[in-house]
Design a protein around this ligand. Structure first.
Ligand code: PEP
Ligand code: MN
Length: 473
């Protein structure tokens, strides 16, 4: 795929937004050399399988769920947090499958989602100007620990490895079994309506599974478009994929390996072809702040085989969007590009129809995913960075109907949510509203995000039911 002008470090000749300034370059190089020698976190075969599944999303034969924390932290890498996150993603996808009768492609913002872009390089804390916190793989949240430290990249590698190892373990030992959905579901949900709605689905599913078993039709795990290669899913008995924002190009480059393209040369006389894979995640996306046409990030992204996401905000002109698609996918390969739109509820109507029209005209295959979070962030009167459930739903429902009106179809959703609970089993309180009617006064009770506010367990299920009901209609 990559042309001869591309190589894993070719981005270095371009200007890069959001770059981290390391005071000790030699130290950085030593760490990057070490990372480059460490084993890959994910495999080319897994990455190709995801490309294949995103092709199904592009054909409206599957729905994509992209979800997790705004940013992971090293301290939150615990058994409890990881299983809560996977449990929520599974619950969410089960509701979607039930409503849509479509397979769901699950991509977690997990096992490497550490780095964050910032609107300013510095901030003032207690009358002191300090470097901004850039994520656990760069510097510390503590204002006294803001100098970028290359060792944190190595620590990110091992925390990602530990996370992924635990996820693989969970998913290969029955955690995701649809026969026992209660293992990962709603024991703590207090709303009787939500519980009974979800239990209705799991009962229905259990009956359906028992029936399939009785008639001997349950040998396949997933439905037809997902059967390529057969066997087990990626990371266990279901398919589950990892992702992060491809922000720290030094890291992405160090994790990039040139290997045979998985599946190439298998049938017929054609020789094996080589390609470059980013082996730190199955899917990486380019953020709304780093997608400059001639910038370093787009240069890096254009050369890898992985399926990629592009965040599309209100400042992106249609012509620029098409140029972006031409650069990252010149041969219009399917399964390669996902557009993650994030305009804000008040702006989506002004921008999405034009973007859909332009992409249609260009004949570029894309999966359209709605991120109703990042255009809808506000500061509460009490000073919390928050989002309103009603506004999130408003962007999501507008997105669904605009796609329908333009003869297109929404292919997925990208959310920041968490199944994290405190010791007493209570969910976080970071977004306002939802069926639990979380109020401004309650935000301070369990506000745990150090980055963007996340939907909690109950609010996430509210969103899942909304999408699921839309599919049923
Ligand atoms: C994010 O997904 O956390 C993010 C920073 O998004 P965006 O680039 O769309 O602002
Ligand atoms: Mn975010």
């Amino acid at each position: 795929m990559a042309d001869s002008n591309w190589y894993p470090s070719s981005w270095k000749s371009r200007s890069a937004a959001q770059m981290v300034d390391y005071p000790d370059q030699q130290h950085l190089q030593r760490v990057l050399t070490k990372i480059n020698a460490l084993p890959p976190l994910v495999t080319p075969a897994e990455i190709e399988r995801l490309r294949f599944q995103i092709t199904a999303v592009q054909r409206n034969e599957a729905f994509l769920l992209h979800a997790g924390d705004c940013a992971e932290s090293f301290d939150a890498c615990t058994q409890q947090n990881i299983s809560a996150k996977i449990g929520l993603i599974l619950s969410f996808s089960l509701i979607l499958i039930w409503g849509g009768r479509l397979p769901v492609v699950r991509i977690g913002r997990i096992a490497g989602q550490y780095a964050k872009p910032r609107s300013s390089g510095t901030e003032t804390i207690d009358n002191r100007e300090v470097l901004s916190f850039r994520g656990d793989n760069v510097n510390g949240l503590d204002p006294n620990d803001r100098t970028p430290d290359p060792e944190r990249l190595l620590s990110a590698y091992f925390h990602s490895t530990a996370t992924l190892n635990y996820v693989r373990g969970l998913l290969t030992s029955g955690f995701a079994s649809l026969h026992h959905p209660r293992d990962w579901s709603l024991s703590h949900v207090r709303s009787p309506a939500l519980r009974s709605e979800f239990e209705k689905i799991t009962r229905g599913l259990s009956d359906a599974l028992d029936f399939s078993h009785t008639i001997g039709a349950d040998s396949g795990r997933e439905s037809a478009p997902f059967d390529r290669g057969g066997g087990r899913g990626v990371l266990g008995e279901i398919d589950f994929y990892t992702s992060h924002e491809g922000l720290m190009l030094d890291w992405e480059q160090a994790m990039t390996r040139e290997v045979n393209i998985a599946g190439s040369g298998r049938s017929g006389p054609s020789p094996q072809q080589k390609g470059f894979y980013n082996t730190s995640a199955h899917f990486i996306w380019v953020g709304d702040r780093t997608r400059q046409l001639d910038g370093a990030h787009i240069e890096y992204f254009r050369g890898i085989r992985n399926p990629i996401g592009i965040k599309v905000g209100p400042s992106l002109e249609s012509a620029e969007l098409i140029r972006l698609l031409q650069i990252v996918n010149p041969n219009k390969e399917s399964g390669r590009v996902t557009l993650i739109t994030r305009y804000g509820a008040g702006k989506i109507g002004d921008h999405l129809p034009g973007h859909i029209e332009a992409v249609k005209h260009s004949q570029h295959p894309v999966a359209w995913v709605c991120d109703p979070m990042h255009g809808n962030t506000l500061t509460s009167n009490s000073g919390f960075k928050t989002r309103n459930f009603g506004t999130i739903i408003s962007e999501l429902t507008s997105c669904i109907s605009i796609h329908a009106a333009c003869g297109s179809r929404l292919g997925g959703v990208s959310l920041e949510f968490t199944g994290e609970l405190n010791d007493e089993g209570f969910s976080v309180t970071e977004c306002l509203g939802g069926s639990m009617e979380l109020s401004e006064e309650q935000l301070g009770l369990r506000y745990q995000s150090f980055c963007d506010p996340r939907l909690n367990f109950e609010q996430s299920l509210d969103v899942a039911f909304l999408i699921s009901n839309y599919f049923k209609e």
